[in-house]
Each structure stands twice: as C-alpha cells, then as structure tokens.
Design a protein around this ligand. Structure first.
Ligand code: MLC
Length: 503
C-alpha cells in the first residue's frame, strides 16, 4: 500500500509535539523526526544506497540510529540492525550473507570493522556514535530536510533481522513494510495508545521489541518516549514518574522488584506495563501485582511474526498465559508431526498466519519452506488454548534458550565448542537463572580425559560467540548421557543441573 514511514507520518501530531526525551534533557519533536529522517534518506541516496539495498548497523543505541532507520525506510532501503554484542566472527558472516551497500558501526569499532568489511566486499563503511559523533554526523550537514518517500508495496522489504538457527547458521528474517505497519497500528489499538502516552524506552533498538513494538507503536500513536541508553533499574525508577507505559523483558520486572524504593505510590499513575520476548513467570506476575497493583500485560511475539497474541488491555490479564490472538492474526494449534489441528485444550505447536508474518528467510528458500505448513508459520513453540481462548505456552519444540530476552541456540554454541581442539563433544542446556530466566550451561567431554580448564574454553569462544551466548558455567564429564539412537539426553542433563545457577 505505502511506505511504512509515510503511513506513520500521515498521523503525526503537531510538529512541536515531543517524540523523544533524551538523557541530556533535550527533546526531539515530531518536526525534528521528519527533518532528520529526511536528511538521512538523502544521505543514503548520496551514499549510493539504492532501493532494496541493505543498510547494516551495529552501533550503540542513539536517537540518530532511529533516525537512520526511518531514513532507510523513506529511501526504500532495507534496515538491518545488529546486536552490539556480536563478535568479529559473527559480523563477518552477516556481511557476507546480507551484502549490505553500507555498514554503519560505532567509531571505536572502525579499526576492527573496516578490514572485515573490505574482505567481505562491503563497499562503504561509516560511523555513528552514541553521542551524535561519527562520520555520518558530518555527512548529514547540509542535507535537505524534506524528502519524497519512495513508494513501496506491502510486501517490499523494510528490514531484515537475523535470528540464530537450530542448525547454527543465522537466518535473516525479511520483514515488509506492511508486516511492520499492520502490527504497529494493531498494537496501538489493542493497547489503547494515544498521543498523551509517554513510554519508558530502555530496550535495545536492534531487535523487534525495542525497534518495532516500542518505537513504531509510539510513532503510530503520535505519542512520546523517554529514551534511555539501556535498562538500569535505579534510572528506570527515577524516570517512571514521568511515564505512562513501560515495555520490557521479564528481567526488567525482576530487577524492578529487587529495588526497595519500588512501591505502589511510584507507579500509581501508570497506565500499562507490557512484558514479552521471554516467558514471564506467574510468580513474578503475582509479586508485581501485589507490590504495585498493576497486572503486567504479557504478550507473545517473534522476530519472524512481530506480535501475535496478547493479554487484553480491558479484561483479565491471566498470569502464565500470553492471552488472545491479536486482531487480524490467526492462530492454530497443530500436531507437530502431522500438522493436523488438535482439539481445544490439547498441546500442539503454535502456528501463525496474518499480515504480520514475515516474507521468509533471506536467500534461504529451503529453510523458509521448512518453517511454513499450508500457509501457516510454524513457530516451534508448544502451547494450548483454553475454553476462553487464552493461549498458554508450555514449552518449545525446538532446542532454544531465552536468556534475558535474547535467543541462544544450543546448536550454535555446541558447534563453536566442538571446533575447539580441547573439546571432543559438548551439550549446551538451559539452566534456570533468577535474573535472566534461563542461561546456557555447557557440558563438555574433553579430548583428553581429566582436562578441565574452563577459562581456556571461554577464551576459545571469545571471538566467535557474542557474550550473551557464552555458557554461564562449563562442566566437564567423561561421557554425555545418550539414548539408544545415540542422541544426547538433554532432559537428564537439565534435571541434574537445574540448581546450578540458583541464587
Ligand atoms: C547482557 N549480558 C547477558 C545478557 N545481556 N548475558 C546473558 N543474557 C543477556 N540477555 C551479559 C553481558 O555480556 C555482560 O557479560 C554482562 O551480562 C553485563 O552486561 P550488561 O550490558 O551490563 O547487561 P545488562 O544491562 O544487565 O543487560 C541485561 C538485560 C539486556 C536483560 C537488561 O540483555 C536487555 O536489555 N535485554 C533485552 C533483550 C531484548 O530486547 N530482546 C528482544 C528480542 S525481540 P560480562 O560477562 O562481559 O560481564 C523478540 C521478539 C519479541 O524476542 O517477542 O519481543
């Protein structure tokens, strides 16, 4: 239908309306958003970024990174944000796979990134600093402050977000202008956002949650946000009195509850707390309600689908459930093997269809085909629907760990471990962790019996795996428990080590 930016901008409020309150006390208005994103769109065009070209960005969270995102939308380019934790080894893969026309990194990372980009054939590298510095700032000077947005169709790509995979190779989820646009307007309605809202934004902006759920919804509502560089519980506590809504991963809520100064009075004025990206335990939901009087609204989404299911804004927010399908989103619960829909109340794999569902994995038609069944996207999460239509997620059909809202695929960590000369074989398991929900732990059979140097193993992973994917604990064993087929029995390992990270 149209470019996502044009769609959002059609409803922008008066240009003097605040969009973002920055940590230094300055305010970015909607007028600033329009002018700055226009300048970025011109800059991209001048930097030979064509329609459909990828603009990859690994930079610290900043308001200009958001303006670059909007500028890329306006110029018809495809925005490709990367986790700041990714190592050189990971970046090398993304550069070769995505073939960006432009790579934007933090000024401090340039000496490491430039040679990687050159080797991968990336034609241009620029820098963007969290403080507004970097080469892009200089290039912005003098750029025109209005831009005719490039017309885009619903299915044209707006962004690619990489997700790790069960086979170890990350896959680029292709999201179209309408995937993002439809979801933003759906969430605005479902969560009753208005121009008067102020969102506490403490999430990273290289993922669906902070970039699309938070930012696009605010833009769709003409609302504003308090834009914080990262989540810090004490700072969040200071800022909450100015906010009406907060979005976070469960770790944010766990850490707020750990703050003695966090009381009912503090948040009595708040309209809404939203949680997602990882399961919110029913205990935390209850504890939060007791402490604050607020029932956290838990919702369920994925990089590939944006938001699918949400507890109601008006109505019962039931602890331990993710709620009801969002308007326009269809959910069915299917037998993981046959794909047949299971009777209501029975557990099956959650399958999703709707305008929110992505366009497939970048240059991986086989992997894309494998994750769809009769037009439904097979989420890999196991769930059931109760008599009232509420969905409860009960487990995962795929081997995945969610640590503090980041997905960690054991297969990827095991591959990295098995490549180390000291390792004969390995199994990576999820172990409960109070702060992060769960965290990866490695169980290793060393090549040499009796070898037990965990630090050397850690050092061996330093350049290949982002820190959050690295095991929180490394255990050495003589053999891994296996079934008759030779498959590692991870359930046994999980049970044996379930208290390892307690406390
Ligand atoms: C940081 N570290 C983590 C981690 N985050 N380790 C495991 N899991 C994580 N999530 C490590 C760092 O590498 C560092 O290690 C140490 O912890 C401290 O780093 P930090 O930067 O100070 O961490 P902190 O600020 O405490 O960050 C934790 C966090 C953050 C939970 C606040 O991870 C976060 O903001 N998570 C949100 C993730 C998110 O937005 N997910 C959305 C995905 S979209 P060391 O050893 O060097 O000290 C999606 C779809 C959907 O899933 O439905 O939303």
């Amino acid at each position: 239908m149209s470019n996502l930016y044009s769609r959002l901008a059609a409803g922008f409020p008066d240009p003097a309306t605040p969009f973002a309150h920055l940590p230094d006390g300055s305010v970015v208005t909607y007028g600033d958003v329009d002018r700055r994103s226009a300048a970025f769109a011109h800059l991209l065009r001048g930097a030979c970024v064509g329609i459909g070209d990828r603009v990859a960005v690994q930079a610290e969270k900043s308001i200009d990174m958001l303006m670059l995102y909007l500028g890329a939308l306006r110029a018809g380019a495809v925005f490709l944000p990367l986790n700041t934790a990714y190592t050189a080894g990971e970046l090398d893969y993304f550069m070769r796979d995505a073939e960006p026309a432009l790579f934007v990194c933090d000024p401090a990372a340039l000496p490491a990134v430039a040679p990687l980009a050159e080797a991968a054939g990336v034609p241009r590298v620029e820098t963007l600093g969290a403080d507004g510095g970097g080469s892009l700032a200089a290039l912005l000077a003098g750029q025109p402050e209005s831009f005719d947005d490039v017309a885009r169709d619903d299915k044209d790509l707006a962004a690619i977000l990489y997700t790790s995979g069960t086979t170890g190779r990350s896959k680029g989820a292709m999201l179209s202008h309408d995937n993002l646009g439809s979801n933003a307007f759906t969430l605005r309605e479902a969560w009753a956002f208005t121009g008067g809202d102020v969102l506490l934004h403490a999430l990273p902006i290289f993922h669906t949650h902070g970039l699309f759920v938070a930012t696009n919804t605010i833009l769709a509502a003409g609302a504003s946000m308090i834009f914080l560089p990262k989540f810090d519980a004490a700072e969040a506590l200071r800022q909450l009195p100015r906010a009406t809504v907060m979005m976070g991963v469960p770790t944010f809520y766990i850490r707020l509850l750990d703050e003695p100064g966090f009381t009912r009075d503090h948040v009595a004025h708040m309209r809404l707390f939203v949680s997602g990206s990882a399961p919110l335990s029913a205990d935390i939901h209850r504890e939060f309600r007791e402490r604050t009087g607020h029932a956290i609204l838990e919702r369920y989404g994925m990089t590939e689908t944006n938001m699918n299911i949400s507890n109601p804004y008006d109505g019962d927010r039931i602890a331990g459930t993710v709620g009801l399908p969002l308007p326009g989103v269809s959910i069915r619960i299917a037998d993981p093997e046959t794909g047949a829909e299971v009777p209501q109340g029975e557990v099956g794999v959650v399958e999703i269809a709707g305008p929110n569902v992505f366009q497939g994995y970048w240059r991986m038609p086989d992997k894309t085909a494998a994750e769809f069944r009769d037009g439904w996207f097979v989420s890999g999460d196991l769930g059931l629907v109760d008599a009232r239509g509420y969905v409860t997620l009960v487990g995962r059909a795929k081997d995945l760990i969610i640590s503090g809202g980041y997905n960690v695929y054991p297969a990827e960590v095991e591959t990295a471990l098995d490549e180390l000369p000291q390792v004969h074989e390995s199994a990576v398991i999820a172990v409960p962790h109070r702060d992060l929900g769960e965290a990866p732990v490695a169980v290793i059979v060393p090549r040499d019996k009796g070898y037990a140097d965990a630090d050397a193993i850690r050092a061996g992973l330093a350049d290949t795996l982002a820190r959050y994917k690295q095991p929180r604990a490394i255990l050495f064993v003589d053999a891994l428990p296996k079934n008759a087929m030779g498959k590692v029995q991870k359930a046994l390992l999980r049970e044996e080590h379930k208290d390892l990270l307690a406390g």
